[in-house]
Design a binder for this molecule. Sequence first.
Ligand code: G16
Length: 543
Amino acid sequence: MSVRTISTQPFTDQKPGTSGLRKKVTVFQKPHYLENFVQSIFDSIAAPGGATLALGGDGRYYNREAIQVILKMAAANGFGKVLVGRGGILSTPAASCVIRKYQTFGGIILSASHNPGGPDGDFGIKFNSSNGGPATETVTEAIFARSKVINEYRILDAPDVALDEIGETMLGAMRVQVIDPVSDYADLMESLFDFAAIRNLLAGGFRIKFDAMHAVTGPYAQEIFVKRLGAPAGDVINAVPLEDFGGGHPDPNLTYAHDLVEALYGDNAPDFGAASDGDGDRNMILGRKFFVTPSDSLAVIAANATLVPGYRKGVAGIARSMPTSAAADRVAQTLNIPCYETPTGWKFFGNLMDAGKVTLCGEESFGTGSDHVREKDGLWAVLFWLNILAVRKQPVETIVRAHWAKYGRNVYSRHDYEGLPAEAAQGVMKHLKDCFAELPGAKFGKYTVRFCDDFSYTDPVDGSVSKGQGIRIIFTDGSRIVFRLSGTGTEGATLRIYLEAYEADTSHHHLDAQMALADLIRIALGLSELELRVMRNKPTVIT
Ligand code: G16
């Protein structure tokens, strides 16, 4: 087996987005495309000779091929050992768990998360650091800079490694250890939650439904819910992972998790429903005929954290991404703990967790997690809810309504316009910025603009500054409209409008969010001239 040094030309489009590099599979299949990016990672992270790497992905189309390339390149770049999930599988939170548990130098995770898979779908790759979390912007910028000048990569000339059995093989001088992708993660969950209480809840007739959306969480959910917690096998649906997610869109929201939504809103509905995404880091929580927004979910988890064994000692602080509603801020205020507002992207939470400033983090984009790993964690959120339900013995809806009664309700919705021409979408953002000077003090019905800006964040731990993170229009009563361009799409531009209105009056809490936000929606469309500029008359997805 010899190391080959291959000459290559840089690609100009390897800038990591909100969460790593995401492109169409066909782009990754271009000669040298994947290899260039992997070498750019290795050239940027300065791993010591003989270092250990974790490696795995969500099992989507091209996962297996990419794993083999990365193994051979890791061997050629002086790594001593790679821990790889059996079959090349590791959910994103499980990868974070493995990096932390075995103290590896870092890990490479292959996933395009909630984006569709298959030969015409999406693929993605990102590097996570030794804390188990996504590389910081400093690192991703270094990787991008390297990708623009790279002229060669190194790869071992060797046959493919067998990945379907647990065990060890040598690839040149590098050891490849194939590990069970589920057990370390399931053990970690069992150490945090009261499995006995949840088992009793399920044995007592409480019915759940978990939708794995034919993505990576199927085997994890079967191990945890069916094997360890005693749920009937039929409670986990779409449990077999498929390379194309069965043609579906593995995004756990009310639009795409339709099998689950039908079950929870149908006759004889289960008591609790949940879904996770392509790589297992997102979650959606449903009660019987009741949707819990991700922002509310974070707030309820924070308010009830001490009911859960792993969090009995309390929560040091909470962090949420800027577009996420301020529901968690109200809990933090009551608990007298800090609440941090970061840009969109889980990578911004890592420093805060490492410094012990926060325990819980959450995002409106169906992401919730804690410092048990450094990724958001879908099944963790589901177990957190089940643990709360096992203790409180009340329906999901009752718990959320009681929460609103105590803290007020941050009515919330996100409207996405997907697949827009990039120029038109950028035109909307520019137009909004051009309005900044005249907006403060402007009145729109009952709303008066307090201030507007393009959100900028200074990391309180390392002082790094991230600018241009979304346009905020904040009204005097705390209501907000936020405009942002997504950093995870692969086709055209996706423009997101985030809408939030605070409602203290309990007699209004029953209102449908779209109705309660109707005025803000009108203001957002009027101010942005969006419909005219992008030629659309309705959002693609409303969550
Ligand atoms: C990623 C990031 C999240 C972010 C989400 C949406 O999630 O990890 O932090 O909130 O994308 O980002 P955007 O609004 O830029 O599309 P995932 O689940 O796709 O890895």
